[in-house]
Design a protein around this ligand. Structure first.
Ligand code: HEC
Length: 446
């Protein structure tokens, strides 16, 4: 067994933790594959390909971790949830996050049909209907569509983590700057990011939203479309999306401190037709969604201070925010938006059988959400405020485009970045791995 390291490098302690947390994120992927394994004896894959065994208590919350901001804090009446920085919000449960059921990404992940041509994946059963399918069959019918939508869109609340990183990361990363719309035509070339179709760049300083250059809708093209075949067999009509859930009365996520400002910002944000309380608003980059920040818009003295500070530092300060990294590195600067990152941020790239003519301006038909983004760059996506004279930049930049170390440098001390894997034939590959001969202690000593 390898011992987890507690040693500290030359980096300041908070930053050190930020790096570990950053690297821990893709570990989620591996946890998905490894979490059924309870102990080494039961392990059918004891050869080198087996993921580390789980540590007792893995499913308990770390006592040092911040409370979940979706859950009501104990002893509050009415039940109230809080952000890490103490802004009250409406508690939410699983009923508040219904998965989008409409087939809005039918053009993504096309497959070759019998005629040898690419065609949208057919989710229908033999009877030609898209039903809810066998609940045990994850990829069937409507459940398959829910899964694809979740994979491409949902950040599962990780905007709280990413905001902590951009706020307390000592000038590590800033997603608002990463999303600078004036760079839209270069995002793929510089960072391997995939632009959201139906949107376009916005370079006019007069049209900034709270001082930010954000991508805008390219007319109606931004609105996600269902194919005419996306029929709900119960009604015979187009699938309508998840109905409002009675467990989840439509309450605002938080009380705004300046309702007029909040409403005007919501009205100005681009809209692609999804449930923005679940998925946030489109940022212009696939896999990143914009969530209005309660610490900025909320009804607290701290939020009011944050708004005034932002006005002074960013809105009334020309383009300084985008040019002087000191402004973005300031831990007192609270951004109006947090980004939620979906699995698609790293896993969506271009369909090898239908790549776009111009990789900076793709259509959905050019995308595969399962191939893994071979162009994605960790140093740009996760450390965009740093420069070449920064050790962390050099560390992340040493990882080839399309790779990141999911094995956690923190526990094995190896900078071992791996390709963002394509999600194909997973069961077949696991079955194949089980045929590998077990690793023997005698052999290990050789
Ligand atoms: C920061 C980029 C990143 C994000 C975000 C990300 N992944 Fe991954 N994913 C990777 C990398 C890198 C690998 C390859 C890991 C390796 O082989 O060491 C991977 C591999 C996987 C694999 C294994 C695929 C195979 O067939 O071997 C699965 C499954 C997976 N990811 C699921 C997810 C899920 C689910 C999410 C969202 C909760 C997600 N990923 C988000 C980077 C990412």
């Amino acid at each position: 067994m390898r011992e987890p390291s507690r040693s500290r490098g030359p980096l300041p302690c908070r930053l050190d933790r930020a790096i570990l947390a950053l690297l821990a994120c893709p570990a989620l992927c591996l946890a998905m594959l490894g979490c059924t394994r309870a102990n080494a004896e039961d392990n059918p894959y004891p050869a080198a390909n087996h993921t580390p065994d789980l540590v007792k208590g893995w499913d308990q919350q770390d006592p040092g971790a911040p409370p979940d901001e979706a859950q009501a804090r104990e002893g509050t009446n009415p039940p109230t949830a809080y952000t890490l920085h103490g802004t009250p919000r409406t508690p939410r449960t699983k009923y508040c996050f219904p998965a989008e059921t409409r087939n809005v990404f039918s053009q993504v992940d096309m497959v070759v049909g019998k005629d040898g041509k690419l065609a949208p994946f057919n989710w229908a059963n033999i009877a030609g209907q898209i039903d809810d399918g066998d609940p045990k069959c994850f990829g069937c019918g409507r459940n398959g569509i829910r899964g694809q939508n979740t994979w491409i869109l949902w950040g599962e609340g990780n905007e709280a983590f990413w905001d902590w990183l951009q706020r307390d990361g000592y000038g590590l990363t800033d997603f608002m700057i990463l999303l600078d719309s004036r760079q839209r035509d270069h995002r793929f070339a510089t960072a391997g990011l995939i632009n959201q179709p139906g949107m376009k760049k916005q370079t006019n300083p007069d049209n900034r939203i709270l001082g930010l250059y954000l991508d805008v809708a390219d007319g109606d093209k931004i609105v996600l479309q269902q194919p005419p075949t996306d029929i709900d067999p119960k009604t015979g009509q187009l699938e309508q999306g998840p109905p409002p859930d009675p467990h989840h009365p439509p309450k605002p996520l938080f009380t705004p401190g300046n309702p007029k400002l909040y409403e005007s910002v919501l009205a100005a944000l681009p809209k692609d037709g999804l449930d923005y309380t679940v998925y946030g608003y489109p940022s212009g980059v696939m896999g990143l969604r914009l969530m209005p920040n309660p610490d900025f818009f909320g009804d607290t003295a701290a939020a009011k201070t944050a708004r005034n500070y932002w006005q002074r530092q960013v809105v009334s300060n020309g383009d300084a925010y985008y040019e002087d990294m000191k402004l973005a590195s300031d831990p007192n600067l609270v951004r109006p938006f947090r980004v939620a990152m979906s699995c698609g941020f790293c896993h969506i790239a271009y369909h090898p059988q239908n790549p776009p003519a111009d990789p900076e301006h793709p259509e959905y038909a050019n995308m595969s959400s399962t191939i893994g983004n071979q162009f994605w760059r960790a140093s740009k996506a996760f450390a965009n405020l740093t420069q070449e004279n920064n050790a962390l930049f050099q560390f992340l930049n040493s990882q080839q485009p399309g790779t990141i170390d999911t094995s956690l440098v923190s526990t094995d001390q190896i900078n071992n970045s791996n390709t963002i894997t394509n999600i194909w034939e997973v069961p077949a590959r696991l079955a194949r791995a089980s045929l590998n001969p077990p690793e023997q202690p005698e052999l290990r000593r050789v």
